[in-house]
Write a protein that binds this ligand. Sequence first.
Ligand code: ZN
Length: 136
Amino acid sequence: MKATHIEHLGIAVANLEESIKYYEEVLGFKCYSIEEVKDQKVKTAFFKVGQTKIELLESTSPDGPIGKFIEKKGQGIHHIAFAVEGLQGALNEVKEKGVRLIDEAPRPGAEGLNIAFLHPKSTHGVLTELCEDPNN
Ligand code: ZN
């Protein structure tokens, strides 16, 4: 598998608006995009930090994945996302190596990327997202 860089860090937050304020007013980043991903029951906010992004995730429903995560663990780092070349090929390869996949095939994520998640039970506790820009 060829991963080129950390595409983003996903951070679960209880309140998107308040969290954006912290990232903008304290850390000095600029939120350049807010997007709802209905499929995942989340609202996301994006910041650029060099070529890596921060993705803040607020749940739009208590029974969504972020809602459940916050209920269990509280706010905090939720996942790490690596940019890969050839997402389906990368999924096939890690599956062959015994990694449990959450997504067997790429699906549309925020920012126009195709994404797929690997199960944290197979990745030493880190929910891992692989993503690919279909326009690259
Ligand atoms: Zn993500």
